[in-house]
Design a protein around this ligand. Structure first.
Ligand code: 5AD
Ligand code: SF4
Length: 439
């Protein structure tokens, strides 16, 4: 009988990519991937350690699963950070595998079948070289947009962040390997690729950094759109800024986290730039691509953050104007310098600041979406809508767009007149069929 496996992914897009690669491996091992844990023989939790809440989810999930599947694996950043502690806390766990070691999944499963509870958190191997290429059928089942990890790890050591410890030092994949993977994705029907890395704009796997890689990938004929995430302001070099002007396949959307607006907090965070330097970079990218939509990450309540510091964050948000953003309460993480400080901000203060910041960011997002109404935007069709004749796609600015029309094809880019905006979504009608492209 075929064995069934279910992977539950928490956290960032890198984990979504990793989950897909792990699913490829399990499929090659004869597993059938199933959509829930209910009737799975193997459940793999692909975990996140970025904030306390994310890490805690793993143990509550393990508690729920303990009487369930024959085999439970813990992968991802909690696996890396906590290693055999996980098995001590939850003895039902069959194996633990860190994010740099998941090419060893088949041998770990084999070992676990003997009753051993292996823990593999080696950071040294080149997992990409060791991974089998996924089949076209497996890729095609995922749709027209795909993630592609090009860089992993981080050397920046922001004072709040666990990533340099859980994902290790910055490593870039070679250009040729990435091009081969991108071509395989495109051959299977993918039309939009988001290049991923914890610090993707520090990519150094070939000539010209990330901009060079974008130029090479943009030459793949049937690939229509490229995006990248997530970036550090210091690595926004001139070439990457110019790519936003010169490369039409690079979408006008930039996720550039700043975290805070006060220079003293930025310094304490070890971000290595000021608020003014950040604004200056944004201005340069906007000069290169005037319709650029901006996204960011923010942390409120970093140790020592005063009301005045927080006001500086609000004022930076006012200055920049975001199309979307992610904001979090500071969460002390074990092993990071900021967690040791004795000037932690009280929880109610963090909550009040987060509410205020999120209200401002939500208003900006609403205004950005409303500003799209009346424009005609190229929409990449991703799937059929709920009702007959409806389609759902994405705008260049990453907004989901619900289209009222007949006869589109998944993977087409269609010009759509935007007629409404609601929540995070846009609504529109396809304009003349003759404007559809051929793909
Ligand atoms: N507490 C809260 N938010 C954090 N992030 C990273 N570490 C922490 C932490 N300790 C946020 C940052 C980062 C995003 C991925 O998660 O904003 O950009
Ligand atoms: Fe974490 Fe800072 Fe590296 Fe981003 S740049 S992964 S926030 S250490």
């Amino acid at each position: 009988m075929t064995k069934r496996a279910f992977i539950k992914s928490f956290g960032c897009q890198m984990n979504v990519y990793d989950a897909a690669r792990m699913a490829d491996q399990l499929t090659a091992e004869g597993y059938e991937m199933v959509p829930t844990a209910d009737d799975a023989d193997l459940v793999l939790l692909n975990t996140c350690h970025i904030r306390e809440k994310a890490a805690e989810k793993v143990y509550s999930e393990l508690g729920r699963l303990k009487d369930g599947p024959a085999m439970i694996g813990v992968a991802g950043c909690v696996a890396q950070a906590e290693g055999d502690e996980i098995i001590k806390r939850q003895p039902r766990v069959s194996f633990v595998v860190g994010p740099q070691a998941y090419h060893k999944l088949p041998s770990l499963i084999a070992e676990a079948q003997t009753g051993a509870q292996p823990v593999e958190t080696d950071l040294a191997d080149d997992k990409f070289a060791a991974l089998a290429a996924p089949t076209r059928r497996v890729i095609a089942s995922r749709g027209v947009t795909a993630f592609l990890t090009v860089q992993e790890g981080c050397d920046k050591f922001c004072a709040f962040c666990v990533v340099p410890y859980t994902r290790g030092a910055e490593v870039s994949r070679p250009v040729a390997e990435i091009v081969e993977e991108a071509e395989r994705l495109v051959a299977a029907g993918v039309r939009e690729i988001t290049l991923l890395g914890q610090n993707v704009n520090a990519y150094s796997g070939g000539d010209g950094g990330l901009a060079g890689l974008i130029t090479v990938l943009a030459a793949i004929p049937d690939l229509k759109r490229l995006r990248f995430t997530t970036s550090h302001p210091l690595d926004m070099d001139e070439a990457l800024i110019a790519a936003h002007r010169d490369e039409p396949k690079l979408m006008p959307y930039l996720h550039l986290p700043v975290q805070a607006g006060s220079d003293s907090i930025l310094k304490a965070m070890n971000r290595k730039h000021t608020a003014a330097q950040y604004v200056d970079i944004i201005q340069k990218v906007r000069a290169a691509r005037p319709d650029l939509a901006l996204s960011g990450d923010f942390i409120v309540g970093f140790p020592g953050e005063t009301d005045e510091d927080f006001e500086a964050t609000l004022s930076l948000v006012e200055t920049v104007g975001y199309a979307s953003a992610y904001s979090f309460k500071y969460s002390p993480r074990p092993g990071t310098p900021a967690a040791l400080r004795d000037d932690q901000v009280p929880e109610p203060v963090k909550s009040a600041r987060l509410t205020k910041l999120q209200a401002l960011l939500a208003a900006q997002q609403k205004a950005f979406n409303a500003g799209c109404v009346g424009r005609t935007l190229p929409i990449l069709i991703e799937k059929a809508g709920r009702r007959e004749g409806q389609w759902v796609g994405r705008s260049p600015y990453l907004q989901p767009v619900h289209i009222q029309d007949g006869g589109e094809t998944i993977g087409d880019t269609v010009n759509v007149e935007i007629t409404g905006a609601e929540g995070n979504s846009l609504f529109g009608v396809a304009v003349a069929a003759s404007q559809k492209d051929a793909a």
